[in-house]
Design a protein around this ligand. Structure first.
Ligand code: CUA
Length: 340
């Protein structure tokens, strides 16, 4: 990894698709630059002033020429637009069987946790040839999680979850960078992703020394914070029964419905009055803003997810059983392209 290269190593299924678009854009740029500079030189010579009393003829422009040089670049740009949009949307939704990994950005480190409860800092371990979904949260300011070898980059924004996914194709160690200026030690907010064979990966997970899965850690928090005294698992609690809530439609007291996803659960913990479940009163639940950090929020969400069996978090051990088929060229947001 020491040698200088123009293009980062290519270690995920996204990479070829992003590279192809990047090469196309570079090609168009070079061609256009050549056309413009050749034009300048040729016209400068051809129409140079030959004598002092030479009067050039009056010209009134050419509509055909102007339309041509507007339409052709327009079409070329549209190709880039749709090509980039396709790559962006292909990267938007992780396959259902993707392994979950949760990443919290904080000045100035990346905190990583796995559904099995393992945690590490500035290191991310993933199996090869398995789709992996990253859920990104920030504890303070905007960061950007950048995996050049995977051609992936996503902003990590306080107050919301962003996701991205990839299938790593080559075992090895690759850089993680923060790609959004986030303060004094932004440039030091770096880490490594290690891509391992599934067998090795399972050994690594087993050696993680986790104290329970993320859902179990969340369950402990749930009783420590007193949530369990109001959210009973029977009817008649002061707060809703959370059994089978996650992933399902919830009726709100203002008549709207909400799908209980990660963001909804997060909001309900930090700002309980934002959405009141039908049949319940506001101002019963206190806010937990400042009481729980982003990592604990993710654990609580994992716990609430685990109460909906159909939406149980992916168990890492399942990774090795059968490597899922690699979908055709999923790819990253076009945003990564410009900064290579
Ligand atoms: Cu975090 Cu730059």
């Amino acid at each position: 990894m020491g040698q200088f290269t123009l293009i980062p190593p290519s270690a995920a299924t996204n990479a070829p698709a992003v590279d192809a678009l990047y090469y196309f854009q570079s090609f168009v740029t070079v061609v256009m630059t050549a056309v413009i500079f050749l034009g300048i030189i040729i016209f400068a010579v051809k129409y140079r002033k030959r004598s002092n009393d030479e009067k050039p003829p009056m010209i009134h422009g050419s509509t055909a020429l102007e339309i041509t040089w507007s339409i052709i670049p327009f079409l070329v740009m549209l190709v880039m637009f749709f090509w980039g949009a396709k790559i962006y949307f292909d990267n938007g939704k992780a396959p259902a069987n993707a392994l979950d990994v949760f990443i919290v950005g904080k000045q100035w480190m990346w905190k990583v946790q796995y559904p099995g409860g393992q945690r590490e800092i500035n290191e991310l371990h993933v199996p090869v040839n398995v789709p992996v979904k990253l859920t990104l949260a920030s504890e303070d300011v905007i960061h950007s999680f950048f995996l050049p070898a995977f051609r992936l980059k996503r902003d990590v924004v306080p107050g919301r979850y962003n996701t991205e996914w990839f299938i790593a194709t080559k075992p090895g160690r690759y850089h993680i960078f923060c790609a959004e200026y986030c303060g004094t030690e932004h440039s030091g907010m770096v880490g490594w992703v290690t891509v391992m064979e599934p067998k090795e990966y399972e050994n690594w997970l087993a050696g993680g020394g986790a104290t329970g899965t993320m859902a179990e850690q969340g369950g402990r928090l749930f009783s420590q914070l007193g949530c369990s005294s109001c959210h009973l698992f029977t009817a008649g609690g002061r707060c809703p029964n959370l059994m089978n809530v996650f992933g399902n439609k919830q009726q709100m007291s203002d008549g709207s419905t909400v799908i209980a996803d990660e963001s909804y659960v997060r909001e309900s913990i930090l700002n309980p009055n934002a959405k009141i479940v039908y049949g319940y009163k506001p101002d019963i639940m206190p806010t937990f803003q400042g009481e729980v950090n982003e990592e604990q929020l993710l654990q609580l969400i994992a716990y609430i997810k685990s109460l909906s069996p159909h939406h149980a978090p992916a168990v890492p051990a399942a990774a090795g059983k059968s490597a899922p088929k690699v979908p055709k060229a999923p790819a990253t947001g076009a945003a990564s392209v410009g900064s290579l």
